[in-house]
Design a binder for this molecule. Sequence first.
Ligand code: HEM
Length: 473
Amino acid sequence: MQTKVLPYSRAASYTAYWAFLLAVSRPLIGAYAALLAFVATIVLNVVYQFLFRMLNQTRPPLYGDIFTFILLGRPTTVYLGAQGNEFILNGKLKDVNAEEVYSPLTAPVFGSDVAYDCPNSKLIKQKEFIKIGLSQAALEAHVPLIEKKVRTSLLCHPIFMEHRGQWISHQQWRRLTSLPQEALSGEKKCGFTPINSMLPWAPLPHNKKRDAAHAQMRAIYVDIINKRRNAGDNVPEKLDMIGNLMQCTNKNGEPLPDREIAHIMITLLMAGQHSSSSLSPWIMLRLVSQPAVVEELYQEQVANIERTGPNGTLAPLRLEDIDNLPLRQNVIREILRVNSLIHSLLRKVKNPLPVPGTPYVIPTSHVLLAAPGVTALTPDENKKEDIVDYGYGAMSKGTSSPYLPFGAGRHRCIGEKFAYLNLAVIVATMVRHLRFHNLDEKKGVPDTDYSSLFSGRLKPARIGWECGAVKFF
Ligand code: HEM
């Protein structure tokens, strides 16, 4: 349908032009005119939005399950529900694009030629390499490492030493669950700030820190790669992710460049560490609000794990133990459901997209936003599993499910297994050693702060803790 209204931008510029002429010739009248122009611009904008929408029925409305709003200066169309998730997350590659929306934020952090700084076919290949690196054997080997890291934190981390028996705030918790490479942690340092989606190159102090941190991280990984290559000890039985990537070859049969390996490692560190360290405070806050569940989690281990540790204590965790602890798995699953970690999944529209069953056509100026976390809170009984293979193994197409904490479609998370394992070991180790309580007789959990890419807790979010009955130290 042809729209016959005066374009808002042209009308606004006429008004501004006349205000300017007046301001030059008669200052007082000019000031009033400027004020009038300002008010007129707002009124015109509102009238334009309503008029345009009334006349152009193909544009999504301002409310309902499909609606458009301006996010960081760009018209963003949200489509809620399982159909919306299917429409956006399983959209065709030629129609919807993740790189254009995510790369301003991620490319300076992850580095060149990986993730969203390369064509999707290359990312799919990289996900295939990562999947090989997250083999059963690698996951088995990670369990004692993660447990050791948590125990070392409990024993030696300055936060626990300083605040023994007191409280841990959400920032401290994040530091506790970070890897030693803290250079890029923190939303500011890694540049995951709203302004960076528009001005990632701006010479702002946080961008300088981000770039310096990226260079530092890359140098660390390239150094590890060089040392291994020179020592000639990249043998299969020692294969961790770096070792695995050093053995992978691209489609010409050539090994991956060192720089690319380093950038994939930074991507994994950022995607994996950031998400787990954002979710684990939620797990603790939820558990604190349900102390009986903490006790049940502990008793589940007592009932299922042998007491072959020092002085008859529980044995160190193994991968096979995790399947025998269903309550712990379910706690993590449920917290992922009620605290959708990545609340908005974005795609840029590349071709005008008709929305099936509606008169709407989403234009190419729009960004699409899927919010599977909303669907997870309004469950649908008609679940069905569609299997699909995008090139890195068969998996559930998933969009018909109301539960999609790891996304769906070709951009679905590659780290789900590792994330569960990581969180499961962290929770199991914490409940072995600590008891938690809410401070100041508070009930429930803090509200969610949606202002960042990852849903965090509204501050302050602090919990009390003490050493548990069964101690390892
Ligand atoms: C609780 C933990 C995690 C959650 C909730 C989570 C969630 C997600 C979601 C929702 C996406 C899809 C983004 C989109 O469609 O726009 C995603 C993508 C991704 N995740 Fe995770 N993730 C987690 C942990 C991890 C871990 C541990 C790793 C690495 C080992 C990882 C690596 C990735 C990568 C590389 C992508 C990009 C995939 C692509 O665009 O094709 N994630 N994650």
